[in-house]
Write a protein that binds this ligand. Structure first.
Ligand SMILES: [Zn+2]
Ligand SMILES: [Zn+2]
Length: 283
């Protein structure tokens, strides 16, 4: 591309956390529980307006996990939520309303990434076709096995969704084919298979440089630095354990080659400390 892509405003939002054993998140991790926040991002494109990368948790997570079998979800990941942390509530910091959000990009359909979707009745959704097809008809235990809670999906989801087929755009080093969302190079979607069927990552050209939103391609940045995968136990809940390791290696190779890019996995405590806590301290 001859022209530099436009840059987006970018704000990283914490939507709450659950406690997880570190040695489950990464091989060689300690036997201690750590807070895994669910991060979302609020972005503003100079021509296409406001959009979200995922919506993280929202208070309705507590309602939809009240009864069996979804109560097992809450038992597996004890939730610490605060209504003030829902993305919809946080928009007030920028004098925005839910209706100002034009689009929501959904990395994958795990409950901790889509719990806020119903707060945005006018937004269009962008997701991968493979991710949606994998969960669309699942109910009850079959949904829970995919960490998917059907009640979180808006009733008119398919009417508002653009489902992307396998990407065929200009490849990114190590990460492979892309989908250029606005055709201007500012937001490039990439495929991050393994953790969940059809999972996407997003390389965003922001006012503070390039950011790779890695979703759950790994849980901790340390996995990328050290090419260290999650514990074998986590293989029970992922779509394809071999692809999880391959994706971590690809994220490693990309990070090595592109030292300017900040990688933000959705639940990494180090990313939370740098992107959310440090920003609060400044303001
Ligand atoms: Zn996930
Ligand atoms: Zn997640």
């Amino acid at each position: 591309m001859s022209q530099l892509p436009p840059t987006l405003q970018c704000h990283i939002l914490d939507t709450g956390y659950c406690l997880v054993w570190e040695h489950h998140l990464i091989q060689g991790g300690q036997r201690r529980q750590i807070a895994c926040h669910s991060l979302a991002a609020l972005l503003c494109h100079p021509r296409h307006g406001w959009l979200l990368w995922d919506t993280g948790y929202a208070p309705r997570m507590l309602d939809v996990t009240e009864h069996f079998p979804f109560s097992l979800y809450r038992r597996a990941t004890p939730l610490h939520l605060d209504p003030a942390l829902s993305v919809a509530a946080q928009l007030r910091r920028w004098q925005l309303r839910a209706g100002d959000i034009q689009r929501i990009i959904i990395s994958h359909f795990h409950a901790d990434h889509i719990a806020g979707l119903r707060d945005f009745p006018e937004a269009a959704f962008i997701a991968s076709e493979a991710a949606y097809n994998d969960i669309a008809s699942r109910r009850g235990l079959r949904a829970l096995l995919r960490a998917f809670i059907p009640a979180l999906l808006p009733d008119d989801f398919t009417r508002r969704a653009t489902l992307l087929p396998a990407f065929t755009g200009q490849p990114l080093l190590a990460l492979g084919a892309t989908h250029d969302l606005f055709g201007d190079g500012s937001l490039l979607l990439v495929s991050l298979p393994g953790h969940a069927r059809g999972q996407m990552g997003l390389l965003a050209h922001t006012e503070r440089g390039r950011i790779l939103f890695a979703a759950d391609g790994c849980w901790l940045r340390r996995s990328i630095y050290e090419r260290r995968p999650p514990s074998h136990l986590s293989n029970l809940v992922v779509d394809d354990a071999r692809a999880v390791r391959a994706t971590i290696n690809r994220l490693h190779d990309f990070a090595q080659a592109c030292g300017d890019v900040v990688t933000i996995p959705s639940h990494c405590p180090e990313a939370f400390a740098q992107e959310v806590e440090a920003e609060h301290d400044k303001s």
